[in-house]
Design a protein around this ligand. Structure first.
Ligand SMILES: *Cc1c(COP(=O)(O)O)cnc(C)c1O
Length: 231
């Protein structure tokens, strides 16, 4: 198997190529290393190798890694977030990618406010409409932004989505395009103090298509840091 350095180089090259074919600058796309399948040692190796952004999807798994390495990187929480876990992630994860309901927004605001912090969030949107996926329905996002507007500690900086797994990643394109178009429509309405800039979309199987459709952050696990259980 390729070394971490080799995989990073290969991902960088593929990101650059996807940017080139879509007329984007590589500085517009950040790679987040999804470390949920790998050990603390591998997270450490990622940070040493220059990957700055780390993502985990469950606090229980992230905790030992964060306790040792939390000060070294920028941490993203990408999993479904239970309201009773908000207290564990506030002040530790700079970004939450999975805001999908009002009760969660209220709890994020409350815990962030108590800590004197703002919390940067992505709204998770279920563009594909699969009922196995979390996320707001696209048509619910406008109303949701209005409802959470008074929760001033919650800063909506982007939208996030997950595409269905497809053998042919080209088939995911409408999902990513849908998220970009939704962001652009929302920005025309001016529902947030600042325009929504970010699109968190694209995983190992489909990140090039996501970049071509405007991703600003791709979340890469398997292709970048590997999958240590059973590989
Ligand atoms: C696991 C996970 C990823 C990374 O998945 P890979 O296919 O291994 O790149 C990205 N985003 C979310 C929300 C995840 O849960």
């Amino acid at each position: 198997m390729a070394s971490l350095q080799e995989r990073i180089a290969e991902v960088e090259e593929r990101v650059a190529r996807a940017c080139a074919v879509s007329g984007r600058d590589v500085s517009e796309v950040k790679v987040i290393a999804v470390t949920k399948y790998v050990s603390l040692n591998t997270v450490s190796a990622c940070l040493e190798a220059g990957l700055e952004e780390i993502a985990e999807s469950r606090w229980q798994d992230a905790e030992p890694k964060w306790k040792l390495l939390g000060h070294k990187g920028i941490w993203h929480f990408i999993g479904h977030l239970q309201t009773n876990k908000v207290k564990d992630v506030i002040g530790k994860f700079q970004y939450i990618h999975s805001l999908d309901r009002l009760s969660l927004a209220r709890e994020l605001h409350k815990k962030a406010d108590a800590a004197g912090l703002d919390v940067k969030v992505f709204l998770q949107v279920n563009i594909s409409g699969e009922d196995t996926k979390f996320g707001l329905a696209p048509e619910a996002v406008q109303g949701f932004l209005k409802e959470i507007a008074p929760l001033h500690r919650v800063k909506v900086i982007g939208l996030m989505t997950m595409a269905p797994h497809e053998e042919d990643p080209e088939l995911t394109r409408p999902v990513f395009r849908g998220l970009r178009e939704l962001r652009d429509e929302l920005n025309l309405l001016g529902l947030t103090p600042e325009p929504i800039g970010e699109l968190s979309m694209g995983m190992s199987n489909d990140f090039e298509v996501a970049i071509q459709e405007g991703a600003t952050r791709v979340r890469l696990g398997t292709v970048l840091v590997g999958h240590e259980e059973g590989d």
